[in-house]
Design a protein around this ligand. Structure first.
Ligand SMILES: NC(=O)c1ccc[n+]([C@@H]2O[C@H](COP(=O)([O-])OP(=O)(O)OC[C@H]3O[C@@H](n4cnc5c(N)ncnc54)[C@H](OP(=O)(O)O)[C@@H]3O)[C@@H](O)[C@H]2O)c1
Length: 257
């Protein structure tokens, strides 16, 4: 079973999930079905991705019970002021009564607090089991917490070994905000010699070292692939463990790039 992290809402979120950006239509349906078959129990989508209906159909067709899958979707900032209608459309497309996590996709230019108040209401009445943000700075998170007394459960940000910043991670932890990283492969040189050496030592590929590093650092990671074989391989990270030295070496990839 994938290790999970507990959110400030009290619910749990698997540390390894499946990303669905840039896959639409039947490709999205097939990819999500393959992910659920491979064992993923966490799917990341967004209103902006235009694939919520396919994600929902794959969820239903997979036969995996709804309460075993953690589903995230996101509000585009230009939908500020139309939060309830946007969430209703997401729930309808996904075919679910509630999402496990609803994120503000990017900080809206104005009205961040007003949007957040709508998110708090959605959590209170059960349409979203947890609420959070994406692409926010710590100052922007503090603004929401101070204004409403409710701290985002998650901040989904561009992340990977080359972007590792222990201080930024600590800043989130001090506030009880879980860091969720996106674009783990796009931000990594998968041919980095240190990564290749560590991968060979464990008999895996560099991509899995990157994913394993996130999980051991307790950072949620949501790799995307449209290929069934890679989808399954990316999920297969339970059979090895990185030593403290290896983790530190991967932290240091930022310096080598
Ligand atoms: N909140 C935000 O603003 C935001 C922004 C970006 C992304 N996200 C989320 O984060 C998810 C992941 O990020 P991402 O899609 O940008 O990038 P990613 O997961 O870092 O990389 C995806 C790319 O890596 C390839 N890939 C997959 N597995 C691989 C492997 N084992 N070895 C080598 N290459 C591999 C994929 O190709 P194939 O498909 O051909 O396998 C694809 O080109 C997104 O899907 C989305 O859910 C959120």
């Amino acid at each position: 079973m994938t290790p999970a992290v507990t959110l400030n809402s009290g619910t749990t979120m698997p540390l390894l999930g499946f990303g669905t950006w840039q896959i639409r239509g039947d490709k999205a349906y097939q990819a999500v079905l393959a992910a659920l078959e491979a064992g993923y129990r966490h799917i990341d989508t967004a209103t902006m991705y235009g694939n919520e209906a396919e994600v929902g159909r794959a969820l239903r067709d997979s036969g995996v019970p709804r309460d075993e899958v953690f589903v995230t979707t996101k509000l585009p900032p230009e939908r500020a002021g139309k939060e309830d209608a946007t969430l209703a459309a997401s729930l309808r497309a996904l075919g679910v009564d509630a999402v496990d996590l609803w994120l503000i996709h990017w900080p809206p230019r104005r009205k961040s607090v007003a949007v957040w108040e709508k998110f708090v209401a959605a959590r209170s009445d059960g349409r979203a089991r947890a609420i959070g943000v994406s692409n926010y700075g710590l100052d922007e998170i503090d603004e929401l917490s101070t204004a409403t007394g409710v701290t985002p459960a998650v901040n989904q940000i561009r992340f990977g070994p080359a972007l590792y910043d222990a201080k930024l991670v600590a800043g989130h932890r001090e506030r009880g905000v879980v860091v969720e990283g996106y674009s783990p492969f796009k931000t990594t040189n998968l041919h980095d010699p240190a990564l290749t050496r560590i991968a060979e030592a464990h008999g895996v590929d560099p991509a899995r070292v990157v994913l394993r590093w996130h999980v051991q650092r307790e950072i949620v990671v949501i790799p995307k692939s449209a290929r069934a074989e890679r989808i399954a391989r990316n999920f297969d990270i339970d059979g090895f463990s990185l030593s403290d030295e290896e983790l530190a070496e991967v932290d240091g990839l930022a310096q080598r790039l």
